[in-house]
Design a protein around this ligand. Sequence first.
Ligand code: F6R
Length: 243
Amino acid sequence: AVLLAVDLVEKAIQENPSLNLGAATGGTMEPIYGELARRVKKGSISLRNIKTFQLDEYFPIAPTHPQSYRSFLMKHLVETTDASPENLYVPDGAASDPAAACEEWERIMCENPIALQLHGIGVNGHIAFIEPRKNPTREIFSMRTSLEELTFSTLQSNSRFFKPGEVQPTRAITVGMGTLLESVAHFVLVAFGKEKSAAVARVAASRLGLVFAGPKRGATRPVRGDGGSGHLELSASFKFVDV
Ligand code: F6R
């Protein structure tokens, strides 16, 4: 699955060496960025001219905090490849006015269409930090970048990244699904592990139909598809890729 996801990134960069790449963070992304770094070292691809746009950032958090998503991307993508730190865009988790930071992120997404967006998924089914809703079809598809309260499930699962004594923020600025649907041309969603299979099945069965993951332990299915048209009936355009 890692190789397949990175193949898609590599192909997209071959087609456009200065594309906008949508980044995610978390455990799922570590081997993906690791493989990307190997290919950059080997010389098969270069990230020098790409711009990277991260889905979300904790709030409040200093950009230099070891658990900020900016720090994650600096460590796993910028320091290990030829990607430039000036081309790394992350929502401002240290903003004094989070509503203004969300608006600014909407502007950035609008001006920088994403060729390919990498996604993981939370155990509870969150994508980016868009937490599950009681009425997803009504709320999620029109959602813009916003400050989201993280659920107990998300906080619990991400607490593994925080060292004792490090305060874990309980909110995050996250891109909205409406924003993504307008901005992103291709989605690549990756999930590992049995504990994600229920979330994946739920998302796969939902209108977004954006997904992967298998019933078999450790099985992974990245899913890709066209999402750039901005309309809601995306499931038909997603291809499921078994690996
Ligand atoms: C992180 C993000 C999240 C993660 C999800 C899975 O930028 O957008 O949606 O993809 O929380 O995290 P891991 O891979 O750590 O299980």
